[in-house]
Design a protein around this ligand. Structure first.
Ligand SMILES: [Zn+2]
Length: 66
């Protein structure tokens, strides 16, 4: 039986493989959000292809994720 967890795990593996192989030809700066409409005060440069975060800027010193 295929479970939702199995599908999510497979999708996560596929995404990691995409990000590993991607050369990130195009990227976009956007506001980072930890929840919809709740910005972290940071901007992130995200690859248009694989959505990997390539760079991260913060005006603050708090770090939600790392
Ligand atoms: Zn990429």
């Amino acid at each position: 039986m295929i479970t939702a967890k199995a599908i999510r795990d497979k999708a996560q593996q596929d995404l990691q493989e995409l990000q590993r192989l991607c050369i990130h030809p195009n990227s976009t700066w956007m506001n980072e959000e930890f929840a919809p409409a709740h910005g972290t005060g940071c901007t992130v440069k995200v690859c248009d292809i694989c959505e990997k975060v390539l760079e991260r800027n913060s005006d603050y010193n708090h770090n939600f994720f790392r």
